[in-house]
Design a protein around this ligand. Structure first.
Ligand SMILES: [Mn+2]
Length: 444
């Protein structure tokens, strides 16, 4: 009996639209596990939207028959992307090329996968997990206990791909079992690079939350009094970076979003170091650029946005104004250049040339410089803050469905930094901006 076919089509299926209505078909033909095949009425969104075709095509190009994942949806974005299952519990995914993904897990996690994920094929490992418990072991101590029956029953090929984040113990176990294992470090990231309409919609939600949070603290900076030594005061007490970040976090949490790591609030010359996060006790001052770079994740939907604004309260001298003008032009030039099929390096160059017109140089063209645009133009965004496409790719083009953050910036010693960052989805006719509703240049 072909277990794969039985798992896909053997169980009774529900056709009602109720996502919690799971029918259970029993399959006791497996040799040492009692296997339940669940057919649930969850919409298989990724399949329906054709996104999994990207993964299958990549696997085919690499000549592999399946890919295996192990971990939790919270820790491993690839697992959440493939299954829609958000949990701290470790699950094992087997994706045979061209077929529906199988999730192997047991006990109450299995029930939750059936109820909460879009997975329609499961492999019950409950009795194996009981054995781990009885013998006081964990999967890492004996991965073959679970992988041997799973692959024997559900895998018909010989070459298995694994991403870089597979546990080392599992990699070794798969090799010992005699499978040819190919490490494809970026296989899922490549598959994830082109977003579905649904994913773009979700990133737009993250973008809205981010813009609202940044807008709120820009208002606070605007409403602050300029006190002694040009330090800002808000509602009667000194305005610090810590206070601004707390306000940022409060707005985000109301939108069910939270800073993925931290946020950058860099005041004045400290912004020259474009990685400087800002310390809670840093005072917020007038007449200097304040870089606010926020890259939060939606708590439930997991996608991120990435927005930077540089705001000045008070006086803007000519040198600083010139930096803003240059960065704004670079930002617009890059956005104008971004479209389906354009070479990645051409978008970089559109940005750098705009800066050159103002006499500023880019480190990517001139590695010796210590002032100017000191970092790359941007990065893909999605379930991670930095993902494909890479703006450093020597060859390669942007494709329809890529979602990117572009963040031209200028950094001058003694002055600090000016950076503008917005998120875009690449379309056939150009770039559609997702981060809307807040001016790029903010003199308040
Ligand atoms: Mn960014």
């Amino acid at each position: 009996m072909n277990h794969t076919e039985s798992a896909r089509f053997g169980g009774p299926s529900t056709t009602s639209g109720e996502s919690t209505n799971a029918a259970v078909g029993w399959d006791t033909t497996s040799r040492n596990t009692v296997k339940k095949t669940f057919i649930v009425a969850q919409p298989a969104r990724l399949e329906e939207l054709g996104v999994l075709e990207d993964l299958d095509r990549l696997l085919e190009n690499e000549g592999v028959d399946a890919v295996v994942l192990q971990g939790s949806g919270f820790e491993i974005p690839d697992i959440f992307w493939l299954t829609g299952f958000l949990s701290p519990d470790t699950i094992i995914c087997l994706h045979n090329r061209g077929e529906e993904t199988i999730v192997a897990t047991g006990l109450n996690t299995l029930e939750r996968v059936v109820k909460e994920s879009r997975i329609r094929r499961t492999y019950d490992t409950s009795d194996i997990y009981v054995r781990y418990m009885v013998e006081g072991k964990r999967i890492a101590d004996a991965p073959e206990w679970v992988f041997e029956p799973l692959l024997r029953d559900e895998f018909n090929g010989s070459v298995i791909a694994v991403p870089n984040h597979i546990p080392a113990s599992t990699l070794v176990a798969l090799q010992k079992m005699g499978y040819e294992v190919r490490v494809l470090p970026h296989i899922f990231e490549e598959a994830r690079a082109v977003k579905s309409d649904d994913e773009v919609k979700t990133i737009r939600k993250a973008a809205d939350a981010t813009i609202e949070a940044v807008s709120k603290i820009v208002e606070v900076i605007k409403d602050s009094e300029i006190g002694a030594n040009r330090r800002l005061e808000y509602e009667g007490s000194p305005l610090t970076v810590g206070r601004l970040k707390n306000m940022l976090d409060h707005t985000l949490i109301e939108k069910r979003a939270e800073s993925a790591e931290d946020a950058i609030v860099a005041v004045g010359e400290k912004g020259y170091d474009f990685h400087y996060l800002g310390r809670p006790e840093d005072p917020v001052r007038a007449d200097v650029p304040i870089i606010i770079d926020v890259f939060p994740r939606l708590k439930d939907l997991r996608y991120v946005a990435d927005v930077t604004r540089t705001v000045v309260r008070g006086n803007v001298d000519n040198d600083l104004r010139r930096m803003f003008d240059a960065v704004k032009e670079a930002s617009d030039a890059a956005a104008d250049a971004l479209r389906d099929g354009v070479r990645i390096q051409d978008v970089n160059m559109a940005c750098f040339r705009a800066l050159e017109r103002y006499g500023y140089r880019a480190k990517l063209l001139d590695p010796k410089i210590s002032e100017g645009m000191l970092h790359g133009l941007g990065h893909g965004i999605g379930l991670n803050v930095h993902e494909l496409p890479s703006f450093y790719a020597k060859e390669g083009t942007f494709e329809r469905g890529h979602v990117v953050a572009m963040e031209p910036g200028l950094y001058l010693k003694g002055i600090g930094g000016v950076r503008i960052e917005n998120d875009y989805v690449v379309t056939e006719s150009g770039a559609e901006r997702l981060t809307v509703g807040l001016e790029d240049i903010l003199f308040v």
